[in-house]
Design a protein. Structure first.
Length: 66
């Protein structure tokens, strides 16, 4: 299976988002005050992924129903 550039960008965004979320929860678990930037990055990347997922669902539905 050969992925296109856009699909690879989505994979990297997902990996980055998961890594940042794990980093945030590790900081909370260890008692360190998390940086303010980390939750904003997680939310931004998560929003990007949710938008692309919704767009994929919309385009698939639009293709079936004209």
């Amino acid at each position: 299976m050969r992925l296109q550039t856009f699909d690879l960008m989505r994979v990297w965004a997902a990996i980055t988002g998961i890594t940042l979320a794990l980093w945030y929860f590790f900081e909370v678990w260890s008692g360190v005050r998390p940086a303010d930037l980390v939750p904003m990055l997680v939310a931004g990347i998560g929003g990007f992924e949710l938008f692309l997922y919704g767009q994929d669902v919309w385009l698939k539905r639009k293709g079936r129903h004209g």
